[in-house]
Design a protein around this ligand. Structure first.
Ligand code: GRF
Length: 190
């Protein structure tokens, strides 16, 4: 069986990446992670290195401008010839080159129930608003900020004593299986 080639983009601790790697290592997984790309020396890269999966760091600071970085990012991803690109805690907006090359095959996971609380602080914003239920969303990436088609969501109750950290941890616990499920589903369909 040929497995779908998946490239994962991260900026942080990579717990979602770790869940994808674990799922990819199970027998009969419909996908494999063929490369991990980051915009910084993210601690999450270790999950990939531990499994000898190629990693690439594309730093904005090493490029003359954002457009040049956008082009490098696209090249780093396309080099792995992916069928699916997964933004798993990638904290930069992706630019036109990546969208042009892989549009319709890029997904993102977001720690809130979109369309509520888009942007970089979904957990903090939900907590500040006082919602009683929040969660995670896996969406298709388009040119907007967290505006793409919603593929799957999971709800997480907010507790009275939650901090941003405790709430985000419970969201991540629910988000990881959700993301794995969507990647499996899209991979089986590709
Ligand atoms: C996830 O909650 C993701 O939705 C958000 O940032 C977090 C990344 O976590 N954008 P990790 O790096 O996968 O642990």
């Amino acid at each position: 069986m040929s497995r779908a080639r998946v490239v994962v983009l991260i900026s942080g601790t990579g717990s979602n990446l770790a869940a994808l790697l674990e799922a990819a290592a199970t027998p009969h997984s419909p996908f494999e992670v063929v490369g991990v790309v980051s915009d910084r020396e993210a601690s999450g890269l270790e999950h990939a290195r531990a499994r000898a999966i190629p990693t690439t760091v594309v730093r904005l600071s090493e490029h003359p401008d954002r457009a040049a970085w956008d082009r490098s990012l696209e090249r780093a991803v396309t080099a792995h010839a992916p069928q699916l690109v997964v933004l798993a805690g990638f904290m930069k907006l992706i630019g036109p080159p990546l969208l042009a090359a892989h549009g319709g095959r890029i997904i993102n996971t977001h720690p809130a129930l979109l369309p509520s609380f888009p942007g970089a602080h979904g957990v903090r914003d939900a907590l500040a608003h006082g919602v009683k239920v929040t969660g995670a969303s896996v969406i298709e990436v388009d040119a907007g900020v967290d505006t793409g088609r919603i593929l799957a969501q999971v709800a997480v109750d907010v507790r009275d004593d939650d901090t941003e950290d405790t709430l985000h941890q419970r969201i991540k616990d629910a988000e990881q299986p959700l993301l794995v499920d969507v990647v499996r589903r899209l991979s089986s369909a590709s």
